[in-house]
Design a protein around this ligand. Structure first.
Ligand code: GLN
Length: 244
């Protein structure tokens, strides 16, 4: 397919509320890795009070419990639209607090239970311990198979039904510090605890998501021209080496 006719539209959910530990770096990576290939990149911000727009790829970052309270109400009011987009194959990437709101609910240590949008069959409850540190994990769908990042959360996430883990942990606590897994996936919805930000140090996952969104949109195979990722994978390797 002619790449000059390709356009990727990103809907960034509540960036002023959920954008912890440089999660905006994920948007920058998606923008650069599409534009470097001559693919048009459209960025749409969705803020509180606004209707969630049509997009090929939705991103939501992480945040503290108090920011999640406001966002959960906004998203829950538009749950049906988000589930419709999921079932049409749109790509979703949620980081930490955003990931938690992709499930059925997040029960913080204090205060009300936050309703999620059930894009993933999962739920989160706050634990007594805060998990902070580097994370390395192994996927069964990427080459190289590793994903690296940084976690800082007290939420314990449990996956159910057709929602499967994103990766098997090597270092770190991941979803709940018990089952040895990190993140979750159902259809083209991906959630992960990996901040850092995630995609600059995991360019192979960024390309996987870009290709998934474009192939869902255009209904054809999309080949992405190779890029010089020596710097990106040097950063990836540095986390792998630091973590062990
Ligand atoms: N407030 C949530 C927790 O502590 C999410 C934190 C985050 O997004 N880093 O688990």
């Amino acid at each position: 397919m002619e790449k000059c006719h390709l356009k990727l539209t990103i809907g960034h959910l509540y960036p002023k509320q959920l954008n912890l530990y440089g999660d905006m770096g994920n948007i920058t990576t998606l923008k650069m890795r599409t534009e470097w290939r001559g693919i048009e990149f459209e960025y749409l911000e969705i803020n509180p009070g606004e209707t969630i727009c049509d997009a090929d790829f939705y991103f939501i970052g992480g945040g503290q419990d108090k920011e999640q309270v406001a966002v959960s109400k906004e998203m829950f009011a538009q749950k049906d639209f988000l589930i419709k987009k999921r079932d049409e194959g749109a790509v979703f990437l949620g980081i930490c607090g955003g990931y938690q709101l992709f499930g059925h609910f997040y029960q913080p240590f204090e205060g009300e239970k936050l309703l999620g949008v059930s894009l993933l069959d999962a739920y989160t409850v706050a634990g007594k311990k805060r998990f902070i540190g580097n994370v390395t994990a192994h996927t069964n769908f990427l080459a190289p198979e590793t994903l690296v990042g940084f976690e800082n959360h007290s939420g314990l996430t449990y996956l159910q039904g057709e929602t499967k883990p994103l990766a098997r942990l090597s270092v770190g606590n991941g979803n709940n510090g018990e089952d040895g897994f990190e993140g979750g996936r159902y259809k083209n919805v991906f959630g992960t605890y990996l901040h850092g930000s995630l995609l600059p140090k995991n360019p192979h996952f960024a390309d996987f998501l870009i290709r998934l969104a474009l192939e869902n949109k255009y209904g054809e195979n999309v080949e992405l021209a190779p890029l010089d990722d020596s710097l990106e994978f040097a950063a990836h390797k540095s986390v792998l080496e630091k973590a062990y």
